[in-house]
Write a protein that binds this ligand. Structure first.
Ligand SMILES: C[S@@+](CC[C@H](N)C(=O)[O-])C[C@H]1O[C@@H](n2cnc3c(N)ncnc32)[C@H](O)[C@@H]1O
Length: 329
């Protein structure tokens, strides 16, 4: 039995992916009580709270440490030091547990921006700390849209192992889905009136990304500080005003968008909001997943979470490369 711990577990997106490969969760932690409530409802386990209050010696033995941790700047560089220079950051909490428990594999997930954070210093410190703790580390930016869900969601995945470098090339991708195949067939949809939006004469396929830009909502235009003649661009460029065709994919669902202003141009040429359920679906959550928090809270939870099929695909390769009998060292 391969055991993992689920740190910064949120609502358990990483857990679902890991469990899909038969791995068993032996401990979870999140400070947010609404996430804890949702997690308990689904996994029948109340996550422990603030990681900074958990003694590493009390953490259950495990083979894989998983953490989709919040991204914070590391103010002090000093890559050659122990891990004292990350003290005060949540990454330090992960190092503390790794140092005590020595799991065979470490799996970290974060926003793509981590690469550029603090001019690349944050990622450099993370990698060097893991190496200092005895891990061979590799990382890659993966996109949810390469794993069957119709969402452009790029995330950095860092895998460290005590036995060998993880090979991202072996991860099996899944053909890109289209929004239209992930929508509710009926329901109480929130349509916009035709006066509330402007459609482009021809939709614009954004090269490579799979996004098809179809129009924008006619919200008031910001005029202050905007160059004359370019006023309309401010509403086109503001993400919550943009409308995307259901024949393509959707941009990243961010955690800050707590009112779910995600608008799509449907098959019958009408514009409506994605429903909350559709948002969970394009994160790849299974239909039996129980959502119990208030609406705004759910938008935050799913925006903070992961595309589940992407995690499953990485977990499958972690299993193949580090735990299958033939690969055991
Ligand atoms: C990016 S989210 C991870 C979401 C998760 N991967 C999922 O699938 O839902 C980061 C999480 O870290 C939690 N967090 C922040 N500070 C924490 C702390 N001191 N102890 C435990 N959890 C913390 C937040 O509540 C949040 O749910």
């Amino acid at each position: 039995m391969i055991r993992f711990i689920d740190l910064f577990c949120g609502v358990g997106g990483i857990r679902i992916g890991m469990e899909s490969q038969g791995f068993k969760c032996v401990m979870s932690s999140d400070i947010n009580t609404e996430c804890q409530r949702t997690y308990e409802e689904n996994f029948h386990e109340l996550p422990l709270g603030d990681i900074t209050k958990i003694d590493a010696k009390d953490v259950s033995d495990h083979d894989i440490l998983c953490a989709g941790f919040p991204c914070q700047p590391f103010s002090i560089s000093g890559k050659q030091k122990g891990f004292e220079d990350t003290r005060g950051t949540l990454f330090f909490e992960i190092c503390r547990i790794i140092d005590e428990k020595r799991p065979k594999v470490v799996f970290l997930e974060n926003v793509k921006h981590l690469i550029h954070h603090n001019h690349g210093e944050t990622l450099a410190v993370i990698l060097s700390k893991l190496e200092g703790l005895g891990y061979k580390v590799s990382w890659e930016v993966l996109n949810g849209s390469d794993f069957g869900v119709p969402q452009n969601r790029e995330r950095i995945i860092i895998v460290g192992s005590r036995t060998g470098k993880f090979d991202f090339e072996k991860i099996k991708t899944i053909p890109r889905g289209r929004l239209i195949d992930f929508l509710d067939s009926d329901g109480d949809f929130e349509y916009l009136d035709s006066g509330e939006y402007t459609l482009l004469e021809a939709t614009k396929q954004q090269p490579g990304s799979g996004l098809i830009f179809a129009g924008y909502r006619n919200k008031s235009i910001r005029k202050v500080g905007v160059r004359p003649g370019t006023e309309h661009l401010s509403r086109v460029h503001k993400q919550p005003n943009r409308i995307y065709s259901v024949y393509g994919i959707h941009p990243t669902l961010p955690s800050q968008e707590t009112s779910g202003r995600y608008f799509i141009l449907t098959e019958d040429n009408r514009v409506r909001k994605l429903t909350l359920n559709e948002c969970w679906r394009i994160m790849g959550f299974p239909k039996e997943y129980k959502k119990i928090s208030a609406v705004g809270e759910q938008y935050k939870q799913l925006g903070n979470s992961v595309c589940v099929p992407m995690i499953s695909a990485v977990a499958e390769e972690i299993n193949n490369q580090f735990f299958k009998e033939v690969n055991k060292q």
